[in-house]
Write a protein that binds this ligand. Structure first.
Ligand SMILES: Cc1cc2nc3c(=O)[nH]c(=O)nc-3n(C[C@H](O)[C@H](O)[C@H](O)COP(=O)(O)O)c2cc1C
Length: 226
């Protein structure tokens, strides 16, 4: 059994999955352990829809892709990415994207292939299970704490998935079309979609799954004051 540090180091986002459903009992176990995520005042503000219904996942994906194709940039509850990109974050974003396309042999100017690769998000990278994580809209009305809690919950889900030999991909791409996801799922009007996490069995033969973007050294993000 790998230790927690190995799990932290070995988790990585996967973008090609086998068409093999994740048994409901395993989904429940993952979500039961993720429930131990700490949250401010023990609010536990995450509200999760675990969807393995293929028809429904296809319907959500189609609705998002149709919306994108009609020129709509987003239909969202929260703005995930910065409106103004500053360095070094802009540089890291560009490098991470470029690294992936380079590994896949896709020219940066080949916008058709890049668009198709982005659409793969809404085909759930071939996975059969997606967790959509919402929170009550009132909790993020003028406050951001629930977003912090739900971010920690995301990592808990992904680490728990590793325990069961499953891989994952967190998705801010669905955040951008959160209102469409909410509508297609028919959730209560007072819920806001924050993100989704694709869960499944990794296709180990898929080249894309070999991509491991590097991290900057902690000297670039940590200050020790002794
Ligand atoms: C909140 C969040 C949203 C993300 N959204 C997407 C997404 O929509 N599509 C995607 O392919 N990867 C997405 N990612 C994955 C990141 O690109 C990835 O975590 C990052 O490049 C580091 O790589 P790693 O997860 O393999 O370590 C997201 C990650 C996070 C944490």
């Amino acid at each position: 059994m790998p230790n927690i540090l190995d799990v932290l180091q070995n988790r990585s986002s996967k973008r090609a999955f086998l068409p093999k459903p994740v048994p409901k009992e395993i989904q429940e176990e993952i979500l039961r352990y993720a429930q131990f995520t700490p949250s401010g005042a023990n609010m536990q503000p995450w509200i999760t829809y675990a969807i393995s219904n293929e028809e429904l996942l296809t319907k959500i994906g189609n609705a998002i892709i149709e919306t994108m194709n009609s020129g709509v940039e987003n239909d969202q509850f929260i703005q995930y990415y910065p409106l103004k990109w500053i360095n070094p974050y802009k540089k890291r974003r560009v490098e991470t994207g470029a690294g992936l396309y380079e590994m896949m042999g896709v020219d940066r100017k080949d916008s058709a292939t890049r668009t198709k690769m982005w659409h793969d998000n809404f085909r759930w990278f071939g996975a059969k299970t997606v967790f959509f994580v919402f929170t009550r809209s009132e909790l993020i009305d003028g406050a951001q704490g629930a977003l912090i809690d739900c971010g920690a919950y995301m990592q808990s889900i992904m680490l728990a998935a590793e325990h069961f030999g499953l891989k994952s991909c967190p998705q801010g791409s669905t955040t951008e079309f959160g209102k469409i996801v909410a509508r297609e799922l028919g959730v209560d009007e007072n819920l806001s979609l924050l993100y989704s996490v694709v869960i499944g069995y990794e296709d180990r033969d898929a080249k894309i799954n070999g991509y491991r973007p590097k991290r900057v050294d902690i000297s670039e993000s940590v200050t020790f004051l002794d």
